[in-house]
Design a binder for this molecule. Sequence first.
Ligand code: ZN
Ligand code: MG
Length: 458
Amino acid sequence: MTSLQLSAKEEMVERFLDAAARGNLSQLNIQLSNVPSLVNQTGYSGWTGLMLAARNGHYSVVEALLAHGCDKFSVNSSSQTAFDIAKFWGHKHISDLLSRTDDGCQRVLPGADLTQRENYFSRETLDRLSAKRTDKVWLEAKQSDSDTVYLMFSDLNPMVRSSQEDDNAEGETKLCRFRYEAVKDLLQKPATVLIFLGVEKRKNPSSSSPQTVEGVTEPPAWFAIGSDEDAAELLKRCREKNCAFPKTPHRDLLKLTEEEAGILAQARSVLAWHSRYSFCATCGSGTRPEEGGHKRSCLNPDCRSLKGVHNTCYPRVDPVVIMLVIHPDGNHCLLGRKKMFPAGMFSCLAGFVEPGETMEEAVRRETEEESGVKVGPVQYVSCQPWPMPSSLMIGCLTVAISTDIKVDENEIEEARWFTRQQVIESLLRGTSPAFIVPPRQTIAHQLIRHWIGINANL
Ligand code: ZN
Ligand code: MG
């Protein structure tokens, strides 16, 4: 490239940034339609057009740049995002716009006015209709309904179809769906576990009432089947190609759509409970599934568990705190790695909440146990069901009040303070990042991203 061409390009970028800074929407649109790559170009101190528009309060320009696919998470040389800048200069309508959930990435920037955010595995795709679980007549009618959808599980993993013909790791995975005719023999087998998952949510909000209205067709019901039949035999029931029961759920179940991931989270956790809690925890007798698979009742008529309500009869959820520990200087965070992690990966510390313990206390205890670092204030960010088998990951930020690291080698191989810049490079997958961040489907990744959005300089 000659120096003349280079300066022509620089001049073009300068004109583009100038249009964004002045709020000249028509000129900006023309420039972007001619040269779409201008959208993420930076000028002085790493400022993008989005940052300049956010600084000067040009709402329609911010809107247009977002529509053209600009990266709202990029940071300037003082580690500020466009959100930080809009917030700092008091353009609330713009910071609100920038903090809104976008496309399928489910990424949200933080702030005092924290938006409700969604993590992978957490979408409520179905209406659970829990009141129908005790309605045996309704449930039986739904089982043989031709619209009803069945998902098939073997050894807690769902039958899925993958779209990838080659070794492309980003291939899409879909749950295989069955109709009553294809599974009715399985439903008769005593070892089969059947879970009522819910009904599809109505698209039209005016008819979203769970109450059945005479003459109005109900939305399709969904069930999960846990079968002990040979996996190869079960696969023969599906007419689609490329179907399988994935062997590595921690990896393979992260390739579903957000909708299907939400359904899978419920189904897999409840099936896992049935597979591990076959006998009464109170008297050791056998139990039988009830309430659409959401309860197990003891078969011993004298058992205490039959009098009153007991949590041993219902599927369990195990609360886990997962925390990003921030250094007192505001510009480092503490991440650790377990031996089982892929090479180079570091993640947030985490641990089970103990009986009689608050979430905040669990964060403080687990951080100190695993890393030797003491932490003070705890801020809840968001949570994530993790169906392996039945955790609820409670995501928090916390601030360290001591900084010396001493790891518990039984749990953690190594823990380190990473700088904000190292974290940003890892998130942006730079050429030689200091560490590898966990995949975006994990709440650890989302907590790290959330922290990056917070600016310590403001
Ligand atoms: Zn019992
Ligand atoms: Mg622990």
